[in-house]
Structure formats: structure tokens, C-alpha cells
Design a protein around this ligand. Structure first.
Ligand SMILES: N[C@@H](CCC(=O)N[C@@H](CS)C(=O)NCC(=O)O)C(=O)O
Length: 241
């Protein structure tokens, strides 16, 4: 592939784009973060243009999406399926490949629930206009949903031999699990400090991923945006506990 890949995602947040960035960085793929770049054919305008399904073939509904030569692929888990196949970040056999895709879709479900802790009514209203509902939702998320999701991933790791999610080899789902752990620690620091000990295998994956040379370099670079209160993982102290 001669042209670099083009990643399209909102320019000021990690968001769902981050799951894709981590895979591209680990695979050492050259890519342009189009909406964050300036110049002709770049920026958010270029991203919006590609989402015009009336005019564009294979137009995405929402970012993130990736252009790789003739391929325009949307939906985070679908993008990762593509990258995983091309850069050995997924098992080659069908059984393993579909399992990892399933893990990624489960992570996508979790991401929706994280978002709903601060926007339980609608993403179209400000957080300030849905604070009581957010408090209720976040309390339930911390009490019921975090243990259910993290307990599942912890059991998957143990069952597969205890290093990465599928055993000895890293997959894109491990990179995404790293991001989930980082994000949950950012959003719910008090709570995560208390419960991290129950998920030692997941925490180990977080540390293993963070220490991988390409990821460590990426995390220290200005390509890695900081978490903030516009993204999916937001730190509102009143939602922690
Ligand atoms: N299921 C999609 C969700 C994509 C999505 O919700 N993207 C957000 C940004 S993180 C967005 O811009 N949504 C616009 C909208 O839903 O109207 C995925 O996992 O990629």
C-alpha cells in the first residue's frame, strides 16, 4: 500500500478513535489523522464530506472510519477486524478471529455504557441538564456493570492461559482493553483504586500493553491526546465513589 492510511475521527478527543490509533501504532502503520491535520483535503470538513451517504460509496454513519486505498471501513470493531487481519493483530483461524471480534464488540457495548454514565438521557443535552439521572446511572454502572464486564474479561484471560486475552499472543482486543482500563481509571479513580485488585490479569494486560515499545513511544508523543471532559471517559467527581 503506497498511500498512508487515513484515519477519520473528531480532532479533540481520544474517543472511539483511540481504539483504532492504538492498533495502527502497534502495527507501525503510517497514517494521517485527517481531522487533526491542516491543509487542502484535510481537517474536519474532509471527514464530514465522506459521511455524505447520498454522494459517497460506502459512506460511514459516524466516525471513526479508516480509508485504506480503495477500502473505506467504518465501525470501530470492523476497522479493527480489518487491521487485525492485515497486521497479525488477530488469530489467523476463523474460530479465533471471530472470538476476538466478539471480544471487541463486547468492548463496544461497554463503551456505550461508559458514555451513558454522563449522558443517560441523550447525547444532545448537556451533562448539566441530566445530572440526577447521570448520578443514578453511574452508581449502577459502578456497582453492577463494571464487575460484570471486567469479571468476564478476567475469566477469559485466566481460561486462555493468563497473559493476553487469547493466550500468549497480543491481539487488537488487548490494546482496546488497555484503553478501557486507562479510561475507567481516569473517569472513576476512587472506585478503580478500590476494585483493581479483583482484576489482576486485566491490570497486567494494561501494564504489558503500556510497556510495548511502540505503544510506550505513542503514549509519550503528542499524537496521544489527553483524556478530557468532552470524550467518552469523563471525570466528574460526583459520578465516582
Ligand atoms: N458503533 C460505532 C459508534 C460510532 C459513534 O457513536 N461515533 C460517535 C463518536 S465516538 C459519533 O460521532 N456519533 C455521531 C452520532 O451518533 O450521531 C463504533 O463503534 O464505531
Amino acid at each position: 500500500m503506497s498511500n498512508p492510511y487515513e484515519l477519520y475521527y473528531w480532532p479533540s478527543i481520544q474517543g472511539r478513535g483511540e481504539f483504532v490509533r492504538l492498533a495502527l501504532e502497534e502495527a507501525s502503520v503510517k497514517y494521517i489523522d485527517v481531522a487533526r491535520a491542516h491543509g487542502k483535503g484535510l481537517g474536519t470538513g474532509a471527514m464530514m464530506k465522506l459521511m455524505d451517504a447520498g454522494k459517497v460509496d460506502h459512506a460511514p454513519f459516524a466516525p471513526p472510519f479508516l480509508r485504506a486505498g480503495k477500502i473505506l471501513v467504518s465501525q470501530t470493531a470492523n476497522i479493527l477486524l480489518f487491521i487485525g487481519d492485515h497486521y497479525k493483530l488477530a488469530p489467523a483461524n476463523e474460530v479465533g478471529r471471530l472470538f476476538v471480534h466478539g471480544l471487541q464488540l463486547t468492548i463496544a457495548d461497554l463503551v456505550v455504557e461508559v458514555h451513558d454514565t454522563h449522558h443517560p438521557i441523550s447525547g444532545n443535552y448537556y451533562y448539566e441538564d441530566q445530572k440526577p439521572e447521570a448520578k443514578k446511572r453511574a452508581d449502577d454502572f459502578r456497582r453492577e456493570r463494571i464487575p460484570k464486564f471486567l469479571g468476564y474479561f478476567e475469566d477469559v484471560i485466566k481460561r486462555n492461559g493468563g497473559k493476553y486475552l487469547t493466550g500468549a499472543r497480543l491481539t487488537y482486543a488487548d490494546l482496546s482493553l488497555f484503553q478501557i482500563v486507562a479510561g475507567l481509571h481516569y473517569a472513576f479513580p476512587k472506585h478503580m483504586k478500590r476494585i483493581a485488585k479483583n482484576y489482576s490479569k486485566i491490570m497486567q494486560i494494561h501494564d504489558l500493553v503500556a510497556a510495548r515499545p511502540r505503544i510506550a513511544e505513542y503514549l509519550n508523543s503528542d499524537r496521544r491526546l489527553p483524556f478530557n471532559e468532552e470524550g467518552i471517559f469523563r471525570h466528574y467527581p460526583e459520578l465516582d465513589g
